[in-house]
Ligand binder design. Structure first.
Ligand code: PGA
Length: 250
């Protein structure tokens, strides 16, 4: 039985004060979320603070990105070892905003995935199609290509030690959630593809859905057979909203 994971991606949001408040709210309610695994991914500069504030709670911490390199002349980058120094468990790689706005291609995302694993972090690998790709009927091709780049550089076994997040680009931040069945169809495709390579990996890997998840739609999404939780953007910025989604996983 796979556990439900709810991960908050705070993106480029928050201030010292608002983040202290948000973490206080989340930790105050986290005890009531049963077996649901919870993680938050703050902007890099707040990771040391949030890591301290979360100590002793069940809430894990992750980064929103990671360098594909270990050290050296790579201005502006943050390495896996640095994230490890501040108790990060997860690193999001290949978020669609990074792919679209910062020109990250499948190969770079695969190298970031490898860098996270090398540092002992669990990558949260984001995959998903744009609206145009969905309308062209190539959703499965796109998702398969994004997964294959990682499997080729690493291995199918490495996917078993990661988390996959299916995030249709057209549903991110738009208020347009994929219907539970639309999401389930792609999750089942992903799990089936992985099963074709290694059944044990397919059975084990948590596949999260992301894209306008809210307290009001989380339960229905998480009840689908192949949806093992969510990657939450907007609704992770208010403790009550985020906790309501965590509760939906119980
Ligand atoms: P959203 O973002 O929940 O605001 O749609 C999801 C994500 O980008 O991970």
């Amino acid at each position: 039985m796979r556990q439900t994971l709810v991960a908050g991606n705070w993106k480029l949001n928050g201030s010292l004060d608002s983040i202290k408040q948000l973490v206080a709210g989340i930790t105050a309610g986290a005890g009531g979320t049963g077996d649901t695994q919870i993680a938050v991914c703050p902007p890099f500069v707040y990771i040391p603070l949030v890591s301290n504030l979360l100590a002793g709670s069940k809430v894990a911490i992750g980064s929103q990105d990671i360098a594909d390199q270990e050290a050296g002349a790579f201005t502006g980058e943050i390495s896996g070892a640095m994230l490890n120094d501040f108790s990060c468990t997860y690193a999001i790689v290949g978020h669609s905003e990074r792919r679209a706005l910062y020109a990250e291609d499948d190969e770079l995302v695969a190298r970031k995935f490898a860098a996270a694993r090398k540092a002992g972090l669990t990558p949260i690998l984001c995959v998903g199609e744009t609206l145009e790709e969905r309308e062209q009927g190539i959703t499965e091709d796109v998702v398969a290509r994004q997964l294959d780049a990682v499997i080729k550089l690493e291995s199918i076994a490495a996917i078993g030690e990661a988390v996959v997040a299916y995030e249709p680009v057209w549903a991110i931040g738009t208020g347009k959630t994929a219907s539970p069945q639309q999401a389930q169809d792609v999750h089942a495709f992903i799990r089936g593809k992985l099963a074709g390579l290694d059944q044990a990996v397919a059975d084990k890997v948590q596949i999260l859905y992301g894209g306008s998840v809210k307290g009001s739609n989380a339960k229905e999404l998480f009840s689908m057979q192949d949806i093992d939780g969510g990657l939450i953007g907007g609704a992770s910025l208010a403790a009550d909203d985020f906790l309501a989604i965590c509760m939906a996983g119980t």
